[in-house]
Design a protein around this ligand. Structure first.
Ligand code: GRF
Length: 205
């Protein structure tokens, strides 16, 4: 499986994916790192690890269609057959979702379908979890469709929410399991073990 990773931030999930590939735990190749931000840490990491990079921002294109066409053409020339969103803070253009239907995943730092949707990213998620009084949080890997955080859930893991948690301490605990969950789920995709039936998806053993 040739994975194009999309990231807007530091890229610790991207790093976990690259480490899993290097250790032989994920039978795949990272063929592209795409970012909407020219100063994303993930771009530097890709350069260090020899992964082709692309800075691709909507503001450089005259229309949504031109932007989607450029993204699709770069994906095709990279040889990508799967897209893994890893802290990518933009909506994936509809034509790209359509071209990669059921072959785009995202990792979200909470237990969807709660605490997701537009504006629910980074510390906003963990603040909302703590404010809700929930006693567990976690990470979710889901398929990507046209809406933020709405596609079928493929895999989840839980962590406790502790009485003295701040958004930072909870984020740190969740991130540790993200780094295990995402490579493991991508492995299942690469081995053709992810089954999808309408709104439901699961990993076959
Ligand atoms: C992670 O918490 C991920 O769940 C969310 O964005 C964050 C990205 O972190 N979608 P990183 O850039 O991979 O370190």
């Amino acid at each position: 499986m040739n994975i194009a990773v999309f990231a807007s931030g530091g890229g610790s999930n991207f790093q976990a994916i690259l480490d899993a590939i290097r250790l032989g735990a994920l039978p795949a190749r990272a063929c592209l790192l795409l970012s909407n931000l020219s100063d994303a840490g993930a771009l530097n990491l890709a350069r260090e690890r020899g992964v082709p990079t692309l800075y691709c921002s909507r503001k450089h294109y005259a229309s949504d269609q031109a932007f989607a066409d450029a993204m699709l053409s770069s994906l095709r020339s990279s040889g990508a057959d799967f897209i893994a969103l890893a802290g990518y803070l933009k909506r994936v253009p509809t034509p790209v979702v359509a071209a990669f239907r059921d072959r785009i995943s995202n990792i979200h730092p909470a237990l969807l379908p709660s605490f997701g949707g537009h504006g629910m990213f980074g510390h906003h998620v963990h603040e909302a979890v703590i404010a809700s009084g929930a006693k567990v949080s976690g990470a979710t890997v889901h398929l990507v469709d046209e809406e933020y955080d709405r596609g079928p859930i493929v895999a989840q893991r839980c962590v406790p929410v502790l009485p003295n948690d701040t958004p930072d301490t909870l984020a740190e605990r969740v991130l540790v399991i993200e780094h295990e969950l995402y490579p493991m789920t991508l492995k299942a995709f690469s081995e053709g073990r992810v089954r999808i039936d309408g709104r439901r998806a699961w990993i076959a053993v």
